[in-house]
Write a protein that binds this ligand. Structure first.
Ligand code: NZQ
Ligand code: ZN
Length: 386
């Protein structure tokens, strides 16, 4: 096992009707900025519940954070935080709203000249920042943003990762009933995103991290068990509660502690979203089977472990086991209604050059757990993903 730090200060408030406790989780004198997305929280009543809980306070609202939140939108909220002397940021929504709120926090407390500097690779990690306390009311189980210190911000035809220990939410309210209104395709995206967060930290090379491996496998097995079921039965509380908790635990540092991590699928996936507007989860389902096909040798031992322990594939030679595990993974995504080829989104081979150029422009020329995944290999992956 590698050396690691594990730090996670987020207080999770999980279960039905826990939103009623919101007011007690925020300092009583705090002036609160509530940030939300394109309107689902208005339509389905979550914002009203939030406001009812905070009824005796000064609150200001900032709506309109779009999926794949844009820098240009978020800087408007930065102005409000400064002008109104906001003390607390409350994100009400999915990953885009939570990530956007983290950026607003980072930017409102940054005294450098250019806020766009914060989006340069690794820049935000290196800073020691003052930050405002923030909290989240989660309406979409997928990104894990509710219990991690990262975010992804869209700017200038790219998706930029921000990360800083000061950006962990102080608390996150996870009431699975708030997710019942999600359309099936967003639930499916959430299952896939969670699945890929796990395999980015698990299908690498072995370091004898038995606990991390077993927890990773537990999350994958749970997702396979409940994925289709929670799409078909959106108001079944117990099934949805399992998805919500899997999503949070997949990317809160627990299974990634002390193990190698890949993140190739995410990095290429971000380019597909930036160039073609494909939902985050869907980009991952397109890329993962192709990446494993191309990286079979580098990942051989863990792919075999994945085949045997997650898909219960015990017979056949090693290559057959791996191939079957890859095709079962693809079938699982397709069974959720998520397409797994670029051509399903009308993206043809002529577009591969654009994707490779974007990767190059963003410095993504040596990816993966072994840092040897070149642009040439990315091209091969994309050719297979067509
Ligand atoms: O904007 P509104 O109107 O609220 O509608 C949203 C949005 O259209 C809707 N929605 C959310 N909750 C709902 C609902 N509709 C009905 N009922 C509800 N309860 O769902 C749509 C998608 O929302 P979004 O927040 O964009 O989805 P998601 O949670 O999948 O977040 C995706 C973003 O997270 C980033 C992605 O890159 C992408 O920008 N990621 C963040 C990570 C992190 N912070 O650690 C890691 C991830 O890998 C990911 O990269
Ligand atoms: Zn993701």
């Amino acid at each position: 096992m590698k050396n690691f730090d594990f730090y996670n200060p987020t207080h999770i408030v999980f279960g039905k009707n826990r939103l009623e406790e919101l007011d007690s989780l925020i300092d009583k004198n705090a002036k609160v900025l509530i940030l939300y997305g394109g309107g689902s929280v208005i339509k389905f009543g979550t914002l009203d519940k939030v406001k009812a809980s905070l009824k005796n306070r000064k609150i200001i609202e900032f709506g309109g954070i779009e999926p794949n939140p844009k820098y240009e939108t978020l800087i408007k909220a930065v102005e409000i935080v400064k002008k109104e002397n906001i003390d607390f940021l409350l994100a009400v929504g999915g990953g885009s709203v939570m990530d956007g709120t983290k950026f607003v926090n980072l930017a409102a407390n940054y005294d450098g000249e250019k806020l766009t500097d914060l989006l340069k690779y690794g820049f935000s990690q290196a800073l020691t920042i003052k930050s405002l306390p923030m909290g989240a009311v989660v309406t979409l189980p997928a990104t894990g943003s509710e219990m991690n210190s990262g975010g992804v911000i869209s700017y200038n035809h790219g998706k930029h990762v921000i990360s800083n220990p000061a950006l962990f939410p102080k608390f996150s309210i996870l009431d699975p009933t708030l997710t019942f209104t999600l359309p099936a395709s967003q639930v499916a995206n959430g299952v896939v995103d969670t699945f890929i967060h796990v395999v980015e930290q698990y299908v690498t090379y072995p370091v004898n991290a038995k606990f991390q491996d077993r927890v990773a496998e537990g999350i994958l097995l749970s997702l396979i068990e409940i994925g289709r079921e929670t799409i078909d039965n959106p108001e079944d509380y117990n099934i949805r509660a399992n998805l919500v908790w899997c999503a949070t635990m997949a990317l809160n540092g627990l299974i990634g502690a002390g193990v190698p991590q890949d993140w190739t699928t995410h990095m290429i996936g971000h380019e597909l979203t930036a160039l073609f507007g494909i939902d985050h989860g869907k980009t991952l389902a397109i890329l993962q089977p192709a990446i494993w096909q191309v990286r079979k040798e580098q990942k051989r031992e863990k792919l075999l472990q994945y085949a045997e322990r997650v898909w219960d594939i015990k017979t056949g030679d090693d290559d057959n086991k791996i191939d079957l595990a890859i095709s079962k993974t693809r079938d699982f995504f397709e069974s959720l209604g998520v397409k797994t080829h670029l051509s399903d989104y009308d993206i043809t081979a002529e577009k591969i050059d654009d994707i490779i150029n974007a990767l190059e422009n963003h410095g993504l020329t040596a990816m993966s757990e072994t840092r040897d995944l070149t642009l040439e290999i990315s091209r091969k992956i994309l050719e297979i993903a067509i």
